[in-house]
Design a protein around this ligand. Structure first.
Ligand code: NDP
Ligand code: 3PG
Length: 472
């Protein structure tokens, strides 16, 4: 099937197309347009023209469109989930859950948008002479939001930008990941069926390497909301100039396990956190830092859990499925080989068939190995043994990334102390690292991002304060 872009309320082809194949078996799924610069310009102009009428609507009116889109998405969860599973090799159950989670997220964004009310400020607080001043502080849309999503959640991480942008009164240019763009266009179809006015929501497909910079630098764009890899995020930061941005980038989340932890629970959480969707999550646990005294026991428990993981077809709900493409599989294999060469002990079978990589746990990983620092975005988990809490914190913080960490211990005051010292956006106590609940703030520091997501925070980020001051 040939999928089209929604631009100014119409479905449009482009002269060139990109064929999308399934990473599972190479099956052709469909084609998407490779938009030209002129077509991008037209989408931007359409968005700009649609802005005044959209922002003039009440939040309740905008919420009605979002709620309708959520209902349609939920109605179509099986169809969209099946495509998603095929397009990015995600287990079918998880793919359908992604769609349902997205419908919930859109509804919550609509509701949260109703609560953005602004405030009234009285004069006389800073200087006596301002007593007769008062200010109405309201929130206004930033304008045209460019939403760019990654392959691993092509529906959810698209909607988590689009819904808060729209409810805040912004118009959207949505660039889905190329591998994941059919899923993105199915989401676009949902908003079109919900009756979103022409120009308010526009999709633009094309390879990031070809149109990415053009989109980022486009003068019509007022806000860039990006999730993806750290190198592209850094580039966006440079190209954005004075425009506000939100970046959610890579991670190297640590699971820190102390001596008094419930090791069985820690092992289960770590394995679920590290290997779901074959480790292709920014919030996956990507290294274990364990106290040496309990490391043997934890390693055994982790190994036992990993041996239970199934490997194979997303439509059989295998835990481990083929990674997104061959360059990713090669990169992951490079990290595995480096660890093997430098003496790490593989606790599970090291095996690769095409782009299917069996889950690997390495024990005795040392800080000279690449796997100690680099993000595999694949099913590889290093265990690093440490001798003290301070050493665990030091290694955790040496990472270029700062997304999340997990601390496993029964000592809550100590957990709090460690959490305060970790240079990350979120610390989970006795649970795996994860983005949700979607109403919570979600952010990365250092190389993991800029700005804060989470539905309320996303709306706040994509609206700005305007003060209207009266002298009475
Ligand atoms: N912190 C977080 O919340 C998350 C972070 N990530 C991170 O994302 C990475 C994996 O996702 P992946 O999709 O491979 O990431 P990429 O950075 O390769 O791509 C992300 C998006 O950026 C687009 N893009 C590529 N080049 C440019 C450019 N020059 N300008 C603008 N956009 C561009 C891509 O388009 P195209 O597909 O056409 O190349 C895609 O839509 C991992 O590092 C992971 O940690 C992923 C999910 C969540
Ligand atoms: O892309 C990612 O990895 C997500 O932002 C993480 O979401 P999750 O923790 O809900 O899987």
């Amino acid at each position: 099937m040939n999928y089209q872009n929604l631009v100014n309320g119409e479905w449009k082809d482009s002269e060139n197309t990109i064929t999308i194949y399934s990473p599972i078996n190479g099956e052709e799924i469909g084609t998407v347009p490779a938009m030209s610069r002129e077509e991008v310009d037209f989408a931007m102009e359409s968005a700009r023209k649609a802005l005044p009428a959209w922002r003039a609507l009440s939040a309740v009116e905008r919420a009605a469109y979002l709620n309708k889109a959520a209902d349609i998405l939920e109605r179509d969860k099986d169809k969209i989930g099946e495509n998603l599973a095929k397009e990015v090799a995600k287990g079918i159950k998880a793919a359908i859950s992604e769609v349902v989670r997205t419908a919930d997220l859109i509804r919550y964004a609509a509701e949260e948008g109703l609560r953005i009310t602004g405030e009234f400020v009285n004069g006389g607080g800073f200087e006596a002479g301002s007593k007769r001043k008062c200010g109405v502080v309201k929130r206004e849309p930033v304008g045209v939001v460019l939403a760019i999503a990654p392959f691993n959640y092509p529906v959810n991480l698209s909607a988590s930008k689009i819904a808060p942008a729209l409810i805040g009164g912004n118009v959207v240019i949505f660039k889905p990941p190329t591998q994941g763009s059919i899923s993105g266009l199915l989401l676009t179809q949902v908003f079109a069926e919900a009756g979103i006015p022409a120009g308010v929501f526009n999709s633009v497909t094309g390879k990031g390497s070809e149109i990415g910079d053009y989109l980022i630098e486009h003068e019509e764009v007022n806000f860039i909301n990006f999730t993806g890899s750290t190198p592209i995020g850094k580039k966006i930061g440079k190209l954005a100039g004075m425009r506000p941005i939100m970046l959610e980038l890579g991670g190297k989340d640590a699971g820190i396990v102390l001596e008094d932890a419930d090791l069985e629970k820690a092992a289960k959480d770590i394995v679920a956190g590290a290997f779901s969707y074959s480790g292709q999550r920014c919030t996956a646990i990507k290294r274990v830092l364990v106290m040496d005294s309990v490391a043997d026991k934890l390693a055994d428990l982790i190994k036992a859990q990993v041996e239970k993981l199934t490997v194979g077809d997303p439509f059989d709900n295998a835990d481990i499925t083929t990674v997104i493409d061959t360059p990713s599989a090669d990169f992951i294999e490079g990290l595995i080989k480096d660890a093997q060469e430098k003496g790490a002990k593989a606790l599970t079978t090291v095996k690769r068939e095409k782009n299917l990589i069996w889950p690997v746990v390495f024990d005795n990983v040392t800080t000279d190995m690449r796997i100690a620092w680099e993000e595999p975005f694949g099913p590889v988990l290093p265990i690093i043994r440490v001798n003290s809490v301070d050493e665990a914190i030091e290694i955790a913080n040496k990472s270029e990334y700062g997304l999340q960490s997990a601390v496993f211990t029964k000592n809550f005051p100590l957990a709090f102390e460690i959490a305060e010292k970790l240079e990350v956006g979120t610390v989970h106590i006795n649970n795996k690292t994860q983005r949700g609940p979607d109403s919570f703030p979600f952010l990365g520091i250092k190389g993991s991002g800029a700005g804060v997501q989470g539905l309320k925070y996303s709306i706040e980020s994509m609206t700005r304060v305007k003060s209207i001051v009266f002298d009475i």
